[in-house]
Design a protein around this ligand. Sequence first.
Ligand code: NDP
Length: 274
Amino acid sequence: MTVPDVRLNNGVAMPQLGFGVFQVPDDETEAAVTAALETGYRGIDTAAAYGNEAGVGAAIAKSGIPRDELFVTTKLWNGDHGYDPALRAFDASMSRLGLERLDLYLIHWPTPKRDRYVETWRAFEKLLADGRVRAIGVSNFQPAHLRRLVEETGTVPAVNQVELHPYLPQVELRAFDASQGVATEAWSPLAKGGELLTEPVVASLASKHGRTAAQIVLRWHLQLGNVVIPKSVTPSRIRENFEVFDFELTDADVASLSSLNRGLRTGPDPDTFN
Ligand code: NDP
C-alpha cells in the first residue's frame, strides 16, 4: 500500500498518513514505532513533551530504513519559547532522536499569554536556513496567531497541526490554512478512539463499505486533504489504520461524517492554554 504525499509550501513532500506517539511511554515507543515502520508508515509524529523522542530514535536507528524515506516531526514545548531557548530545545530534541536533520519542526502551542511565538519563529527560520530542518510549522495556531506570524516575519508555516475529527471538523480553520498555503494536519484524528467510533453514522458507513469505524474516519480525513497521524500501541490497529487506500467514501458519506460536528475539543483551547 502506498501512502500519498502532500506537497508542502516549500516543495517538501510529507506523507499524508503518519504515526503518532502521544502518551506512549518511552520504553514502549521503540516497539510501537518498529511495528509502524514494518507496516509501512514512514511519517512519525513525536514531541519533546511526550518524553519519547529517544524511543522514536531507537526504532529509526534499528529499522535500517534509509533516512530520506522517513519523515520525522517533533515539537517545541511551551517552556522553550524565545529565540535562544528554541535553538537549545531543538538541539536537545535532535540529540534524543539521534538525527542530524529533522523533517518538520513545529511550535507545539502558541501560548499567547507568553507572547513569544514570533521570537520562537525567528529561531525556526534560522534552523530552516541552516538546513537543520526541511520544513517548519506550527500546531494549535488559530487564524489570528498565523496572521501575526506572517505579518511580522513574512514566513508562512508549512503545516498547522490542530485537533480535528468529525466532532470538531474545523471548517473555518481548514479554509484559512488553505487560503494561506498551509497544510492542515489532524491530531486526535479518531477523537482518541472513544465514542466517535461507536456513532451510528460511523457504524453504518463501516457496514456499507465493509470496513472498521476507524478506517471510515481516517478515510474522511484523507478525502478532505488532511494529513493524519493516528496513534496506537496495538499492532492489529496499527495495520488497520494503514489499510485505508483501497476504498473511497462518496461525497454524501463525507458530508454525513462532517455533520457530526459538535464543536467538541478533547484537548486544551489554544487561545488560553499556556
Ligand atoms: P487518536 O485519535 O489517534 O486516538 C488514539 C486512541 O485510539 C488510542 O487510545 C488507541 O488505542 C485508539 N485506537 C487507535 N486505532 C484504533 C482503532 N483502529 N480502533 C479502535 N481504537 C483505536 O488520538 P491521539 O490523541 O493519540 O492523537 C494522535 C496523534 O496526534 C498523537 O499520538 C500525537 O502524535 C498527535 N497529537 C498532537 C497534539 C498537539 O497538540 N499537537 C495533541 C494530541 C495529539 P491503543 O493505542 O490502545 O490501540
